[in-house]
Design a protein around this ligand. Structure first.
Ligand code: CA
Length: 394
């Protein structure tokens, strides 16, 4: 849902979306947008109040224009999104919100572990909503940059939300692309699937946890979620497997059995139904058979790594363990606590990188490169276990 280039949750934005600049005048464009909005049911008062003093936000264009500097390996993705802290926080949320989660399970058929995992990956359980005013961001990308037609739709959806009074204007902040709230919905998605799950008459995915959880459940249900079905599970490939794989290639379970796939513990695949074989890091890393529920999660952000993070976090919240197979790397990823440690150790060595917040931005990456060069490591700016080990040396 978050669309386009930086298809990363807001939590990972600092990891990969770096900047560029230039402010531009969008006054004439806003005039045109005003006419369009008024023609689509937005009142002059709503428009003029929302857009008063609004100028283009060049940092939004920077975020849009900048591809990640390097492809983030799936193991880095998983290490930071499913770390001990997020698992522990999620277990606390399961207890805290048990009655609401039970109601969501009953009404939408989506289990509580998936809902909490989605919440944890989307916004760190409501802690990171994205701070850019939606109207300004979407006005900017409606007038400048790529995909203006798409963003105009989201811009006008935002104005409709404001006009509905469901949420106050100051609550409507989010990512550069306009994803907002504890569920990080795009405005048009909000309009389509958000629900009032606490019964106060407003759909508020920013301030109301029940509304956010209920809205996520409704989103997944509408995306094809099947009740009482798991997203999938880890499997073991036979030696030298060269058979089909990929999220879109579905086979009956008996076909996967015939091809020699087994459960991760080596036992025979049980049950029936169809599934796809997901190989996030190729044939030498962990392998998964995934159901249509995995696709429902995938539709949330169109990224397999991202969907796997939610799926795996849901398993961990159920009490499951880490993957059985190792990722094909000798330099695994870091948790947020380890990322903070990397930053603290860089600071202690005199690097000016600001606060140790666990987000590896451009300054941290520069410092990592400088350290890697002096330590005789490969210079790639990546924060992995090898770097951490080297930093721990006196
Ligand atoms: Ca509500």
């Amino acid at each position: 849902m978050k669309s386009i280039h930086c298809t990363l949750p807001v939590l990972l934005a600092a990891l990969a979306c770096a900047p560029r600049a230039s402010a531009q005048d969008i006054g004439a464009c806003l005039k045109q947008l005003r006419g369009e909005a008024l023609g689509r049911g937005i009142s002059t008062q709503t428009f003029d109040t929302a857009l008063a003093g609004v100028e283009a936000d060049s940092s939004v264009l920077e975020a849009m224009d900048n591809q990640p500097e390097f492809k983030i390996p799936v193991w880095d993705y998983l290490a930071v999104l499913v770390d001990a802290q997020r698992i522990e926080d999620g277990r606390a949320r399961l207890v805290e919100w048990a009655p609401v989660l039970a109601r969501a399970e009953e009404k939408y058929g989506v289990d509580r572990h998936t809902l909490v995992a989605l919440w944890g990956v989307e916004s760190d359980y409501g802690r990171q909503l994205g701070g850019r005013p939606l109207v300004r961001s979407l006005a900017t990308v409606s007038c400048l940059g790529r995909r203006q037609a798409y963003f105009r739709g989201e811009f006008i959806a935002t104005l409709r939300i404001l006009q509905s009074g469901d949420m106050p204007a100051e609550a409507l902040t989010g990512s550069w692309a306009g994803a907002f709230g504890q569920t990080q919905f795009m405005p048009s998605t909000y309009e389509r699937v958000a629900v009032d799950f606490d019964g106060d008459g407003r759909r508020d995915i920013v301030a109301s946890v029940p509304d956010a959880l209920g809205s996520s459940a409704n989103y997944l249900l509408r995306s094809g979620w099947q009740r009482d079905t798991s997203w999938g599970y880890e499997v073991r490939l036979p030696e030298g497997y060269r058979g089909p794989s990929g999220r879109r290639t579905r086979n009956e379970l008996r076909e996967w059995r015939r091809l020699g796939l087994r459960n991760a513990d080596g036992s025979e695949l049980a049950g029936a139904g169809s599934a796809a074989l997901l190989l996030p890091a190729g044939r030498s890393g962990p392998a998964f058979l995934v159901s249509r529920n995995f696709n429902a999660i995938y539709s949330y952000n169109a990224s397999e790594s991202y969907a796997l993070a939610i799926a795996h976090l849901s398993d961990r919240l159920r009490g499951g363990g880490a993957f059985v197979a190792a990722w094909p790397t000798d330099d695994p990823g870091l948790s947020r606590a380890e990322r903070r440690e990397v930053q603290e150790r860089l600071i202690a060595r005199g690097h000016e990188i600001g606060a140790a917040d666990g987000a590896i931005g451009p300054r941290t990456r520069q410092a990592i490169e400088a350290f890697q060069a002096t330590a005789g490591l490969a210079v790639d700016g990546r924060a992995g276990q090898k770097l951490l080990r080297a930093l721990r040396q006196p």
